[in-house]
Design a protein around this ligand. Structure first.
Ligand SMILES: C[C@H](N)C(=O)N[C@@H](Cc1c[nH]cn1)C(=O)O
Ligand SMILES: [Zn+2]
Ligand SMILES: [Zn+2]
Length: 474
């Protein structure tokens, strides 16, 4: 296996790889903002063109429309599929990734322009750099490196690249179902590189949490009111909303919604031991976040609550006054956005009912004349893999070859909404092979991808394809 040759090729092309990442980051492909939809479309076209230029069999698949909360519809961004090689004697892997991003504005507190990739001491700052543009590019460059050196690909490689992951992968489930007997028929394994390591040690990821994302809307007066003129006489929607939000989770992190905590299996002795053996520097974790105390102090508790217990997060309130200044208004309608990260044994449909029933019961006790509406807008399931599968063995070997260490076996607290659908519909095995660093700041200000992770990650992918090619084909 010509790993040295491929490694040299990757090293000598790193400036070109960074430049392509710069071009990709410059596209504001924020899928949560419908006004940016044309940018997401542009990003899908750029991705398709890149794969076509490499000789792939590429399609832009129409996945229908998105229903917006206010009754309108808009087309969903097309999904890019591509294929390199169709040798029946080889395994076929399907690499999944996304090229949409979370929102970002300089005034959120970025030190650099979020859509202008900026290299500071080998940190490539930019929205979507780590989540998930660089890892997608690293996979594309992997195929390109094999092609450029005229080294036969050890496996057939397919790609599924989408533009709606950050809003729950709308439309992708249906596409997988409809193409299960066509595009996915000859796929043996699915590879996802959309998460990060836990420390400086490379890792293989075997689980993700799901996410149930809710809107809770409280509507009262027909329009906003002067708080001096009307305050004290009107029952304020915001007060109702804050009141019910405060009943979701206790200050010590206990979820108060009946049925949620009860569905979760306790940590087994084996898991406890595994977590205990993982390298995880709690002090560094706190320092990186800029906090002096966490919800738990032990490493095992922290990892368990990050990976395999559910949690509630409150993200924001639409309609609330949030600009600088001192506007004295009583908002007429406010919509809270909160989500529950769930774990195996929890079902989004059941969580939806538990949350809706509970909030209506709590709201009912307030005897408010205002109206409450609770909607679950994303119901993404958790995912768990079999770490004894040859895909993981191949991962361990590839990490050892490239980084000269054994990988950590970790779970991811975040969600890859489509992972469980891939598993259930295609019945193929999945591996998550992350290349992001532990401190990349996904979804946050100053997101970055380390040049080191980007380039060494590409080498890892090159080695990984070789290892998968060695798995016995029955
Ligand atoms: C882990 C992955 N890179 C990611 O950031 N996923 C998002 C997906 C999501 C879940 N609900 C809405 N979007 C995440 O975990 O927040
Ligand atoms: Zn992602
Ligand atoms: Zn993300």
């Amino acid at each position: 296996f010509q790993l040295d040759e491929l490694t040299k090729y990757i090293d000598s092309h790193q400036e070109e790889y960074v430049q392509t990442l710069r071009e990709w980051v410059a596209v504001e492909s924020d899928s949560s903002d419908v006004l940016k939809r044309s940018e997401v479309e542009r990003m899908m076209n750029i991705t398709a063109e890149k794969l076509k230029a490499m000789g792939g069999n590429v399609e832009l698949v129409d996945i229908g429309i998105q229903e917006l909360p206010w009754g309108k519809t808009i087309p969903l961004p097309k999904v890019v599929t591509a294929q390199f090689g169709s040798d029946p004697a080889k395994h076929t892997v399907c690499v999944y990734g996304h090229v949409d991003v979370q929102p970002a504005k300089k005034e959120d507190g970025w030190a650099t322009e979020p859509y202008n990739l900026t290299d500071i001491n080998g940190n490539l700052y930019g929205r979507g750099a780590s989540d998930n543009k660089a890892p997608v590019l690293a996979w594309i460059h992997t195929v390109q490196a094999y092609q450029a050196l005229d080294i036969e690909l050890p496996v057939n490689v397919k790609f599924v690249i989408e533009g709606m992951e950050e809003t729950g992968s709308n439309g992708l489930d249906a596409m997988i179902v409809s193409q299960n007997d066509t595009f996915f028929a000859d796929v043996d394994y699915i590879i996802i590189s959309d998460c990060g390591w836990l420390s400086r040690r490379p890792a293989l990821t075997y689980g993700t949490r799901g996410n149930c994302y809710f809107f809770a809307e409280v509507e009262g007066p027909k329009q906003d009111l002067h708080s001096g003129v009307y305050g004290g006489t009107v029952i304020e929607p915001m007060t109702d909303l804050i009141g019910i939000l405060d009943t979701l989770i206790s200050p010590s992190g206990k979820i108060l919604i009946p049925g949620i905590q009860e569905a979760v299996s306790p940590l087994s002795d084996e898991e406890w031991k595994m977590y205990q053996d993982i390298e995880f520097d709690v002090e560094n974790y706190k320092r990186k976040m800029g906090v002096n105390r966490l919800m738990y102090s032990s490493k095992v508790d922290l990892l368990a609550h990050r990976w395999r217990y559910p949690t509630v997060s409150i993200h924001g309130i639409e309609g609330a006054f949030s600009a600088p200044g001192t506007k004295t208004v009583i908002p007429a309608k406010v919509i809270a956005k909160f989500s529950i990260r769930q774990v195996p044994n929890m079902e989004p449909a059941i969580v939806e009912k538990q949350v809706t029933d509970y909030l209506h019961a709590v709201f009912g006790r307030r005897k408010s004349p205002n109206k409450l509406k609770v909607t679950m807008v994303i119901g993404a399931k958790p995912w768990l893999a079999d770490t004894q599968h040859p895909l993981y063995e191949a991962g361990r070997e590839a990490v050892k070859k490239v980084f000269k260490v054994d990988p950590d076996m970790i779970r991811e607290g975040g969600t890859i909404p489509i992972a469980k659908t891939f598993q259930d519909v295609t019945r193929k095995s999945i591996i998550m092979l992350p290349i992001g660093a532990f401190d990349d700041g996904l979804h946050s200000q100053n997101e970055k991808m380390n040049r080191y992770n980007y380039i060494e990650g590409t080498k890892l992918f090159v080695a990984y394809l070789h290892e998968v090619g060695l798995i016995k084909k029955y």
